[in-house]
Ligand binder design. Structure first.
Ligand code: 8YV
Length: 323
């Protein structure tokens, strides 16, 4: 009937979340594994009251216009929302929500996993074995870098940055951080994290881990100059958004030994990876797996669905993104 809300889901989401959405509306779902081109998605959006999207969808004025005046809420199944033009949607009275909190540990786990992978040369070792290359153990074989006693530099001390700091401390590292603003003194003390201006952090950290959102200010935050400011023994970890790093500059820095290595879950031109990175052994790579666990993706999608349900019921959303 005309009163049943139309809810468009752009990509596969876990069944629990679909079931929640079906409690209140007619749900349009894509075929599993299918990425809908924008033009097709825009057709499907016509008449939608709500949309559930991922980072792969560009949500802008054209998206809102394709849905029409009935669109009330766009729930991004992600904590990052650089894919959404929040002001353009706010102007049209459309609520935008994201999924903070539920992916904090999963993402910090992948950041730390990539760090261990690159510092202990796990990927390189696995490639050696899989290539059937003969090898023999000796005391100087495939030596990596230890983390104990080293310093982690967190860029962006939000929930994920703090979870990364806790993991580093459990591994015997000390923690410094930088960001737009300093954490309150009690937060700093409880985290045992010291604030440093970015240039000082880059010059002193043994590991620089990026946890800031992608914004106009953070695009290419790590460029050739920032990489040159890091220690030649330092490692870079990126689990936030690829464009925070100038990937061509990073590939050059890794090749030339400007820094020791990198662990990357995200890429500047996803899903493409800079070809200069693919042949280097001092980089650990993952295909955007930060939040990719069964538990976390279920929690993210059900949070997105609950946001849709709240807005359609005229209630405040749980986790709103405001311009
Ligand atoms: C998501 C992410 O899986 O939350 C984010 O910002 O990058 C990932 O956790 C991805 O964005 C899917 O929308």
């Amino acid at each position: 009937t005309g009163t049943t809300p139309r809810i468009v889901v752009s990509r596969w989401i876990p069944d629990d979340a679909v079931a929640l959405l079906r409690e209140v509306g007619e749900v349009w779902l894509p075929e599993p594994d299918r990425a809908l081109p924008a033009a097709e998605l825009h057709e499907v959006l016509a008449g939608a009251d709500a949309a559930v999207v991922t980072l792969s969808e560009r949500v802008d004025a054209a998206f809102a216009d394709a849905a029409g005046p009935g669109l009330k809420v766009v729930a991004n199944v992600a904590v990052g929302h650089d894919n959404v033009d929040v002001p353009a949607l706010a102007e049209r009275g459309i609520t935008v929500t994201n999924t903070p909190g539920v992916l904090t540990d999963a993402t910090a786990d992948i950041a730390f996993g990539l760090l261990l992978s690159v510092t202990r040369r796990l990927g390189e070792g696995e490639r050696l074995l899989r290539s059937r290359t003969p090898w023999s153990f000796h005391l100087g074989f495939m030596l990596g870098s230890g983390l104990q006693g080293k310093t982690l530099g967190v860029v962006g001390l939000g929930q994920i940055g703090r979870a990364m700091a806790a993991r580093a401390q459990a591994f015997g590292m000390s923690v410094v951080y930088t960001g737009r603003r300093r954490a309150p003194a009690d937060v700093e003390a409880s985290l045992d994290a010291t604030y440093l201006p970015q240039d000082e952090l880059l010059a002193t950290a043994d590991v620089v881990s990026l946890h800031c959102p992608l914004t106009t200010e953070t695009r290419h935050l790590i460029d050739a100059e920032a990489l040159a400011a890091m220690k030649p023994t330092a490692f870079l970890v990126n689990t936030t958004r690829g464009p925070v790093v100038d990937e061509a500059a990073l590939a050059a820095a890794l090749r030339e030994g400007t820094i020791a290595g990198a662990g990357l879950d995200v890429f500047e031109h996803e899903p493409d990876v800079h070809p200069g990175l693919l042949d280097l052994d001092n980089v650990a790579l993952a295909p955007h797996l930060g939040s990719a666990t069964v538990e976390t993706r279920t929690a993210m999608a059900t949070l997105a669905a609950r946001n849709v349900l709240a807005v359609l019921a005229g209630e405040p959303p749980l986790t709103e993104v405001t311009p």
